[in-house]
Design a protein around this ligand. Sequence first.
Ligand SMILES: [Zn+2]
Length: 279
Amino acid sequence: MWIDTHCHLDAPEFDALPADAWHAEARALGVSCCVIPAVERANWGAVRALAHRRGDRYALGIHPLCVPRALDEDLDALDAALTAHRDDPHLVAVGEIGLDFFVPALIEPAMRERQTRFYRAQLRLARRHGLPVILHVRRSADALLKGLRERPVAGGIAHAFNGSLQQAQAFTAMGFALGFGGAMSFEPAQQLRRLARELPLESLVLETDAPDIPPQWLYVTAAERAAGRPQGINHPRELPRIGAVLAGLRGLPVDAVAQATSANARRVLPRLNLQADAA
Ligand SMILES: [Zn+2]
């Protein structure tokens, strides 16, 4: 069985697709559960409803890319939502939260400061509610680690991890697993593939990050797109094949990778162990 620890199934890209059929296909391929992180107050209801509808899980939070349009009062609303749904077994984490120091508009000093304030406030809420966090890491691993040292939380996942070995070890020492997905299926991603090969298996979880980060077999180049070939759409049904890539890199049987990464996900997101059926 596989667990997709990060997929934005509420994204508009999925609206035009046979979403239920694709989800059933993922289940049939052994993807037992998907974790759907929220990105802003406006989609908290949608991710929760979606998780309930198909027996998946969700997280509530404010994504760094959404911080520019978020209101300060959204943090109070997050506190209230985490209280309101504290007994909901489908709720497994605070997320997606973090820092993005790649997008130009987000690294202006004022916005950097605002991102940091939202990140710290959400770490505080995670601690208050006893929940792990799902972290967005983009050119920001050291700043995220600093925040965690100042405001420790009950671990979680550093999603789409692509940092150094040292940063990976710092996250795992604080109870985090590192999320790996389709990016490691690209041959030129040597540094990432080396991490996937060399990090302890206990520290890895799998994710599709659907609909973003399509794996190599779905990737369509700009030239191919211009010639009329549509961009492939990433979806949790790709997770077993992504898991097979990890198995290949590590020279392990695919089943062993499925079992280990699912156990890791249940360790860092303990509420995945609660019974949570479809509505
Ligand atoms: Zn995400």
